[in-house]
Design a protein around this ligand. Structure first.
Ligand code: SF4
Length: 414
């Protein structure tokens, strides 16, 4: 059974929940905070922010280095903990800026150790507070964080629950980096922090060792913010996640693919799911604009591509739709000459979805074929299905909470 941690209900607390409650007051403040965040700024922008509160020019470089260390190596979310920064400057920083984490609306832990957070970010400008979902998947030797880039999505991939939610807005760099900081807080992945008792995490190494931009939204429709955020995440003197351990997944925004390789230099994944334009037009409608031929051409030209730096092609297995031996053969033919991995994803159903998952023996037959053709093609074990945290299922929890709120309001109104 999944553990659901309701931060507002102490009676449902578990060993995990106590930590969630402890995090709650600060994060609740974050939701109504109008101070700009220092998280996710480049070093130059951080220097400008310091200059704006009167830090002398000759000190800026040193102060930026100090802050960078506190924010991204020590993982503090409170200026008062920055021991080598003078009290006067800490107070000035606190008056002008925030480094608070996003508000945790819920945290759920699956039986398999997968964790899903529904996070709330403050309104930007005239907008409203927004909610997104972030998922942590622990495995032997690695811990992967699936990060969202947008609230909702403009694309309407028919197998994906997020695709049924209209786009509300892009996430800003602080909101993208904030998801990683929050996950590392909650998992105890910063120095001096404790991992919650009973949490399933990798037995050695970093608890969040990989980041995949595969949560809610199309990251290449929020290119600048994603680029800024990933530069902070991969900065060697801070969070220091190697670009080899950061994967950006796109539904196929062809004109941005080359730019992604050249300017971000991260690993690329393509949400492929079909090998014929007719079917891909239905499953991944952006295909009507950028058909398979153009998409695969852009993949062939991806900067830095080699056998050590392969593109991952995501392929969701839909019963009777894209799982035939002919599909497997066509997949191998299409990818010929591209250093590639194929991730076969058993379909994860969500309320109202129109597809079913392929039978297990069909998935294995498909995998055998592409493996024999020389492509490493692991079948991705479904993770976090009991908390709707699996691939394509994001939205379910925030949708459920909204429905609950609506019902409560209607009941109160009589
Ligand atoms: S698969 Fe990605 S791009 Fe497609 S609807 Fe879902 S979130 Fe959007």
């Amino acid at each position: 059974m999944a553990i659901s941690i309701d931060l507002k209900a102490p009676e449902t607390r578990t060993a995990f929940g106590e930590q969630a409650l402890a995090a709650s007051p600060a994060s609740a403040r974050a939701a109504s905070d109008e101070r700009p965040s220092l998280i996710g700024l480049s070093r130059d922008e951080l220097g400008e922010a310091l200059g704006a509160i009167g830090v002398p020019h000759r000190q800026v470089k040193m102060r930026v280095a100090q802050l960078w260390h506190w924010l991204y190596v020590r993982g503090v979310s409170n200026f008062s903990l920055m021991a080598n920064v003078s009290k006067e400057l800490r107070e000035k920083l606190d008056a002008a800026y925030t480094i608070a984490r996003p508000e945790i609306v819920t945290e759920q832990v699956s039986v398999d150790g997968t964790r899903k957070w529904v996070l709330r970010f403050p309104a930007k400008g005239a907008g409203r507070p927004v909610e997104i979902e972030t998922v942590y998947i622990p495995e032997e030797g690695r811990g992967t964080l699936c990060v969202s880039s947008q609230v909702g999505c403009t694309l309407t991939c028919t197998f994906c629950h997020t695709g049924t939610q209209r786009l509300v807005r892009n996430l800003t760099p602080d909101e993208i980096v904030g998801q990683l900081l929050l996950a590392r807080d909650r998992l105890g992945d910063f120095p001096d922090a404790a991992t919650p008792a009973g949490a399933i995490v990798p037995s050695e190494g970093r608890l969040v060792s990989n980041v995949v931009m595969m949560g809610m939204g199309e990251p290449l429709y929020n290119f600048d913010n994603v680029k800024t955020a990933l530069a902070v995440v991969s900065d060697g003197e801070g969070l220091a996640l190697s670009k080899r351990r950061i994967t950006l997944s796109t539904s196929g925004v062809v004109p941005m693919i080359e730019k992604t390789g050249a300017e971000m230099g991260v690993m690329l994944a393509i949400s492929l799911h079909a090998v014929r334009d007719e079917l891909r037009d239905e499953l991944v409608p952006i295909n009507k604009k950028y058909p398979l031929k153009d998409l695969l051409e852009a993949c062939r030209a991806y900067p830095g591509l080699s056998n050590a730096k392969r593109i991952t092609f995501e392929y969701v297995m839909l019963k009777g739709v894209n799982d035939s031996p002919e599909d497997a053969r066509e997949l191998v033919r299409l990818l010929k000459g591209i250093p590639a991995k194929i991730n076969l994803i058993p379909f994860n159903p969500w309320p109202g979805s129109r597809y079913e998952c392929s039978a297990w023996d069909e998935i294995e037959r498909f995998a055998d074929y592409v493996n024999q053709a020389g492509y490493a093609s692991p079948i991705r074990t479904p993770r976090g299905r009991d908390i709707f945290a699996a691939c394509g299922q994001l939205k379910s929890e925030s949708e459920r909470l909204r429905k609950k709120d609506r019902e409560a309001l209607e009941a109160a109104a009589g």
